[in-house]
Design a protein around this ligand. Sequence first.
Ligand code: PMP
Length: 353
Amino acid sequence: MSRAPAPAKTFNASVPGADDLIRLHLSESPHGASEAALRAAERELGRVNVYPDPERHELVHALAEHWNVTPDHIAVANGSDELVLATALALGDPTRPGLVTDGTFPGYRACLELTRRGCTAVALDGTAVDTDAFAARLPGHGIGYLCNPHNPSGAALTREELTALVDACGRGGVPLVCDEAYMEFAAPDTPQVRDLLDGGAPVVALRTFSKAYGLAALRVGYAVGPPALIAELRRALRALPFSVNRLAQAAAVSTLGDRDFLAGVRRSTDERRRWFTGELDRRGRGHLPSVTNFVAVEARDCALAQDRLAADFGILVRNAGLFGFPGYLRTSLGTQENLVRFLDALEKIEENP
Ligand code: PMP
């Protein structure tokens, strides 16, 4: 069976016919979106001739209530991708390079390069972010980017690590962007920027409606941080005043009000993560511990496996080696049926490379 051209040497999220394949490559939610969010988006279809609110007023206020902060702590954008770019454009000393880690979400480097700031990368400590080295190198840089929980390992920072990083950015006055795209999946007591906002350090959390809320196609993300930084970010975002469309704004407001939906997604993701990691152990396949909706799974020749899974089995996963984690394939916690198909196919490929 030969279905799709493989996403070969570099990862390209655009695979022809990908909607019909088993999609485990982009950490999408198998739960879809909340009914309330879908109804809200549908209502907006009757107003597609009307521009969206450039200030995203209703959503900003709903998020402020959700986070228990004033609205000037919140900036809303077209996915957290747009916020990675806006932070690179607007925050910190633009004459100094940004600081990132090796083995992380490639968007930080891409945006720092696009904005001509450039970047330096701190080496990983095995598969973990070396927070001591990152904190030590932050002074002298214009801005820092970290992903917590980390993509592609799925690990969360400890309280001590996060506090030390935020202290370092406070001392040096260097803005730190903590990308928390997957934080909704982690246990509520997982250390996160929310706990440290009162300290006054220039730290910004990025969140998205694409993952746990299942609204990836609508493109909504937001930043939470000190009002001075958020004002700078909003200034950059105003260059594209209508980038968050009406359907997206309405659906995001509604899903925030549907707490049962999020709780259900969390519960089900926890259950599948427990089942999947147990299944990996049973099959003797290594993996990294994850608090998110994806797991980094050991595989022998990941480039070959990624290609053959796509071409021969119609299964899309991500070769984490392409972003700094050689020896691992990253799979979303899709349905149990699709995860079994993935593991069976991987075994076949490894038996007969
Ligand atoms: N940050 C991380 C770590 C991600 O993995 C992703 C998407 N895969 C994003 C940001 C962007 O998410 P979105 O633009 O859909 O909000």
